[in-house]
Design a protein around this ligand. Structure first.
Ligand SMILES: Cc1cc2nc3c(=O)[nH]c(=O)nc-3n(C[C@H](O)[C@H](O)[C@H](O)COP(=O)(O)OP(=O)(O)OC[C@H]3O[C@@H](n4cnc5c(N)ncnc54)[C@H](O)[C@@H]3O)c2cc1C
Length: 370
């Protein structure tokens, strides 16, 4: 399977600039690259804080993508970011997950409080991302769809904006900004274009995850998602909509699987399109922030989905970077202090997650995680 071809987040960053770029040189307070959960959270916070905010997203519209099973912890944050409409993107809810981690699968609840059991939930990612983009616009951000960041502008060692292309073929611009936020997900725009400063290193063996969808009935999977793991890898199965199911398979050692492969549990279901693949090698961005720039979401810290809260981490990091950007603009915080604060927050959380996940894989006897 060709990961680059299958992975929608693989991006070529060295496209030649258009022949006659119409550089508008416009200056804004914040330029955000990427309109996923991390970029939108940052845009909402910055625009609501009164900053002139431009968000550029290379896709022409939000699209279906994995990342549909959300941890109960994401609900409070989403409710604050999306005061209206949030319930409309929520699908099935579940009170826990069936876990077979080198053992017989059993149901593990998330927990509970005086209001009852905590519940995770499935979201329609296309609609969630669309709602977040709308909210960013409503808060005052300018959202440019079909527009991608090319190379960053670096002056005196600081990132001061970026060259962009689109919307429309050949249309190029220079956007100067006091703060630049990289929220390009696994495309890792800043890391790839800033070279050694931002590169970071892989923190796991190369991990390729396969995933796909199937339709039909699988009653055993209707109450809660399941993750079943052994020394060869893990398989996730979940209901994501009415009569629609999702699977993911991560092999610790690369395994050839046909495009029509389905987990045993889904044997009676009909695959919906071919299987897809994504590179989810763990990565921590080498320089996740500096004075006037932040790297948020998957672009800053990436773990495979067994860490279970990629979307929550994306929202939180966008929210945090946005809040720090507003504090700097208000004169309440020095830009260096803001960068140090963000880096510490991101690295402590990510190192904690890496430690936990490596420990969980060690219990299975998987090699190379440490
Ligand atoms: C198979 C799989 C299953 C997953 N399942 C779950 C799950 O169940 N629960 C969970 O919480 N997480 C899950 N995750 C992780 C989750 O999808 C991510 O953590 C989350 O989407 C990260 O959000 P983000 O905003 O950082 O990046 P993204 O959501 O990837 O958004 C990045 C955006 O940047 C845009 N972009 C890229 N390059 C450029 C450019 N040069 N210019 C402009 N725009 C650009 C992209 O088009 C994209 O819209 C899963 C991931 C995978 C791969």
């Amino acid at each position: 399977m060709d990961a680059r071809r299958d992975d929608p987040d693989e991006v070529t960053v060295d496209d030649p600039p258009a022949k006659d770029p119409a550089c508008d040189g416009a200056a804004v307070d914040v330029l955000i690259a990427g309109g996923g959960p991390a970029g939108c959270a940052a845009a909402i916070v910055c625009a609501a804080g009164g900053l002139r905010t431009v968000l550029v997203e290379r896709a022409d519209a939000p699209r279906d993508r994995p990342g549909e099973a959300l941890h109960p912890g994401a609900e409070a944050l989403l409710a604050r970011l999306l005061p209206e409409g949030f319930e409309s993107v929520v699908g099935a809810r579940h009170e826990g997950i069936t876990v077979g981690w080198g053992s017989e699968p059993r149901f593990e609840p998330f927990g509970s409080d005086e209001d009852g059991p905590w519940r995770g939930f499935q979201v329609d990612r296309r609609r969630l991302d669309g709602l977040l983009l709308d909210r960013a616009r409503q808060a005052g951000a300018e959202v440019r769809m079909s527009c991608r960041v090319l190379e960053p502008l670096v002056e005196g060692g600081a990132v001061t904006g970026a060259r962009t292309r689109g919307p429309g073929p050949g249309r190029a611009a220079v956007v100067r900004a006091r703060t630049v936020i990289d929220a390009t997900g696994r495309a890792r725009w800043a890391s790839r274009t800033l070279g050694p400063t931002g590169a970071g290193r892989a923190r796991s063996p190369r991990l390729l995850i396969r995933y796909g969808y199937a339709v039909g009935a699988c009653p055993v999977r209707d109450a809660a998602p399941a993750i079943v793991a052994d020394h060869t890898g893990w398989t996730w199965t979940a209901r994501v909509g009415a009569a629609r199911y999702q699977w993911m398979r991560l092999d610790f050692v690369p395994e050839q699987r046909s495009r029509s492969w389905l987990p045993e549990e889904f044997a009676g279901l009909t695959p919906e399109g071919p299987a897809r693949a994504a590179d989810v090698t763990w990565r921590l961005c080498g320089a996740a922030a500096g004075p006037g720039w932040f790297v948020v979401g998957d672009a800053g810290a990436l773990l495979d989905p067994a860490s279970s809260h990629g979307v929550l981490r994306a929202l939180l990091s966008g929210w945090t970077a946005g809040g720090l950007t507003v504090a700097v603009a208000d004169g309440a915080l020095d830009p260096h202090r803001a960068a140090v604060t963000y880096r510490r927050w991101l690295y402590e959380g990510a190192e904690h997650d890496i430690h936990n996940l490596a420990g969980m894989y060690a219990t299975l006897g998987a090699q190379g995680f440490g």
